[in-house]
Design a protein around this ligand. Structure first.
Ligand SMILES: [Cu+2]
Length: 188
């Protein structure tokens, strides 16, 4: 019984973690552009980005691109040495570490016109450490959104709950020993 509860709780934790990962289309319906006068600062300001979330840049690759840059380059709209460049028009970037992530369009004049984005990923607050791999610079898988991970149903015989069950089992064994000991002593 206790083991089942533990397994169910573990499943819930996994589901909660998965549900945290969100995909944000940069600029909303307007996407990544200069013609709609999207305020990307405002767009980002009312969102809370977590590690594992994905930002999706959708745009016409004939007119725009996406450059990931340092804070310094972001401030100056300096497109000379981007950390990475995305050019497919459907670029998703998964945020794998906390802190600021700076992007702009590398087409001359577009960053100055406001086509720039600062995504601030909040520090993980829970005590459970999430894996924090180094950011991959070219995570430009154009058409593949993060696959939905299948979760085993709670009723399915899952991983052996031997560890979870060990404590109650030991307690039961101790009680049984005590009972038999008492019976042995008081029988006479
Ligand atoms: Cu542009």
């Amino acid at each position: 019984m206790a083991a089942r509860i533990v397994v169910a709780l573990a499943c819930m934790v996994v589901m909660i973690r998965l549900s945290k990962a969100a995909i944000y289309k940069v600029g909303g319906s307007a996407g990544w552009t200069t013609i709609a006068n999207v305020d990307y600062k405002l767009w980002a300001s009312n969102k809370t980005f977590h590690i594992g979330d994905t930002v999706l840049f959708q745009y016409n690759p004939q007119f725009h691109n996406v450059m990931r840059v340092t804070h310094e380059m972001y401030r100056n709209c300096n497109n000379s040495k981007p950390i990475s460049t995305f050019t497919t028009g459907n670029d998703s970037v998964t945020l794998t570490n906390h802190g600021h992530h700076f992007f702009f369009c590398g087409v001359p004049g577009h960053c100055q016109a406001g086509q720039k984005l600062d995504v601030n990923v909040i520090h993980p607050t829970s005590s459970t450490p999430l894996s924090d791999p180094p950011i991959s610079s070219d995570s430009s898988s154009p058409s593949s959104p993060p696959s939905t991970t299948t979760i085993p149903a709670a009723g399915v015989p899952g991983p052996s709950p031997s560890h979870a069950a060990s404590l109650p089992n030991v307690a039961a064994a101790v009680v049984a020993l005590l009972v038999s000991y008492l019976f042995a002593n008081f029988a006479y």
